[in-house]
Structure formats: C-alpha cells, structure tokens
Design a protein around this ligand. Structure first.
Ligand code: BV8
Ligand code: ZN
Length: 243
C-alpha cells in the first residue's frame, strides 16, 4: 500500500515530522478548525492574543486552565508513539505547532515547539519562568513576585515565534530526506512555511490528513486517514520489508 514511501524510507536517514492539532485529535484534544474545532466555540481574537489577555486576564487564564486540564487528562496516542518508534531507526526531528506537550510525554527526543507549550508560563514583565508548576485553583493569572501577571508560554497571534526553535526547524527541514506533514491545516504562518522550505530543498514531502488541505496538491504523497492509524501501519510495513 505504501510502496513508494517504503522505498523512499529505505534510502533515507533524516526524517522530519511537522505536526499540528490533528495528531492529537485521537488523544481527545479538540483541533482548532473544523466542525468540533475550538474556534467554533471561542474566537481566537478574543482569547489567543496578548491584548485580549491584558484586557481580560481572568478570561484568558481560565481558558488556558480549561485547556490544560484537557491536555493533562489526555494521553499520547499511537500516532505519537509510532514517531518515537521511528526514532529507533532514523534521525528524527519533530517540529510541532502543538502546545499540548504530547510529543515530549510520548518520549520523543528532538522536539521543536514553534507555538510554545501549555505546561510552561512566564511573567509578562520580568519574564521569570514558571514551568510545570500547577496553579490548580488559580482562577485568575497568578502574580509574579514582581507584581505582574503570569501568562502561558504560548505564541499568540501577532507574536513572534521563538527564534531559536524556528531557525533550528528551518535547518532540519532543509536537511530532511523525508518530511511528513501530519494533521495540520497549514494555514498558520510562519509555521506553515517550513513545509515549503523542505519541498524546495528537495525533501520527499508526505502529507497525512483526514481531509485534503491547501497544500495537498503540492506534496509528493498525500495519505488520507487518521495519523494514529497510518503512522503505525507505515512502520509495521517497513519493519516487515526492510528492518
Ligand atoms: C506572527 C496559540 C509575526 C494559541 C496559535 C495579522 C497580524 C499579525 C499576524 C498575522 C496577521 N494575519 C495573518 C497573520 C499571521 C498569523 C496567521 O498565520 N494567521 C492565520 C490564522 C491566517 N500568524 C501569527 O500571528 C503568528 N505570528 O506572524 O508574528 C508578526 C508579529 C507582529 C505583527 C505582524 C507579524 C503567530 C501564529 C501562532 C498563533 N498561535 N495558537 C493557542 O493555541 O491557544 S495558532 C493555532 O493554529 C495553534 O497553535 C495551531 O498550532 C495552529 C495551526 O493549527 P493546526 O495545528 O493546523 O490545527 P487545525 O485545527 O487548523 O487543523 C487540524 C488538521 O488536522 C486539519 O487539517 C484536520 O483535517 C486534521 N486532522 C484532524 N484529525 C486528524 C487530522 N489529521 C490526521 N489524523 C487525525 N486524526
Ligand atoms: Zn515578574
């Protein structure tokens, strides 16, 4: 079923998995767009940007507490764990737009987080970090010792991506033999530009998605289906054939 991809994999060393919310959908974490997407219930302009936070810190903080709870109650799914398995046979880099920390929790080693991580926080003024600290019952943003609000370490709309993560991601994309685009609508920039960097550098680009996206006609191979099913299947066939 994946003949062409298996052949490509058999001659490849460096693999990148560029992931979006779709890879976490089978863990029960809602995606952003699409029918049950969280943007159906909430409007990103009202929540996922700095001015919304400064205008109404309590509302935005509560929204992230609500999402943190969903994330903490979720587990990595077979899509995440298949990627960890790939790491045994290839030089794997993960570039994720997700803030749900599931690649790290699955045990992946090299993960670049372009949009931050919901388990990390920092002070808006002195930038002091408050990582992996639970504020279980904080209804409003806890205050730092310097008196300012603590905010989630998430890249909001209109904010720059972490330069070190982005630069390392561009390099990994350029050097990749195979570039998997998994579970993303590829409409948020500059993250989505990473795929074109891989493509123009000559990587074999494989998209895995339950539906076509605006890049589907530009990739080398489009595999329609759930990442939690397709990724383990590719690895199983690879093991039978080549490993
Ligand atoms: C920036 C954090 C430079 C919040 C997110 C005007 C002013 C400023 C910027 C802009 C502007 N106009 C446009 C921009 C650029 C803007 C942007 O791209 N907007 C888009 C919406 C058009 N980008 C930015 O603002 C970025 N910063 O440009 O700074 C700058 C600075 C100052 C002034 C000017 C410029 C910051 C972008 C980061 C925003 N933060 N989230 C939070 O998470 O709470 S974006 C949000 O979308 C998430 O982080 C997510 O990572 C990202 C991408 O979404 P996806 O992961 O693709 O999820 P989605 O639901 O869309 O798709 C899921 C896919 O999975 C679907 O295709 C579905 O079919 C598939 N799927 C579902 N189930 C499965 C599956 N596939 C496989 N298996 C399954 N089981
Ligand atoms: Zn502070």
């Amino acid at each position: 079923m994946y003949e062409e991809l298996l052949t490509q994999l058999s001659i490849s060393k460096r693999i990148v998995f560029f992931t979006g919310a779709g890879i976490s959908a089978e863990s029960g974490i809602p995606t952003f767009r699409g029918e049950e997407g969280i943007w159906q219930k909430f409007r990103p302009e009202e929540l996922a940007n700095f001015s919304a936070f400064m205008r109404n810190p309590k509302l935005v903080w509560e929204w992230y507490q609500y999402r943190r709870k969903i994330v903490r109650d979720s587990l990595p799914n077979p899509g995440h764990t298949a990627i960890v398995d790939f790491e045994k046979y290839f030089d794997v880099t993960i570039i994720t737009q997700n803030v749900d920390n599931l690649h790290n929790r699955a045990g992946s080693k090299k993960v670049y987080e372009l949009h931050g991580n919901i388990e990390r926080n920092y002070c808006v003024r002195c930038k002091r970090r408050f990582d992996y600290i639970e504020f279980p019952d904080a209804e409003s943003p806890p205050l730092c010792d310097c008196g300012s609000n603590i905010r989630p370490d998430i890249v909001w709309f209109g904010e720059y991506l972490p330069q070190d993560q982005f630069a390392a991601s561009e390099k990994a994309a350029e050097q990749s033999d195979i570039f998997f685009v998994v579970g993303t609508s590829s409409i948020v920039y500059p993250a989505a530009s990473i795929t074109s960097i891989a493509k123009s550098a000559g990587s074999f680009v494989v998209e895995i998605n339950i539906a076509e996206t605006e890049i589907s006609n530009r990739v080398n191979l489009f595999l329609k289906g759930k990442s939690g099913e397709i990724l383990p299947e590719i690895l199983n066939q690879l093991k039978v054939k080549f490993l």
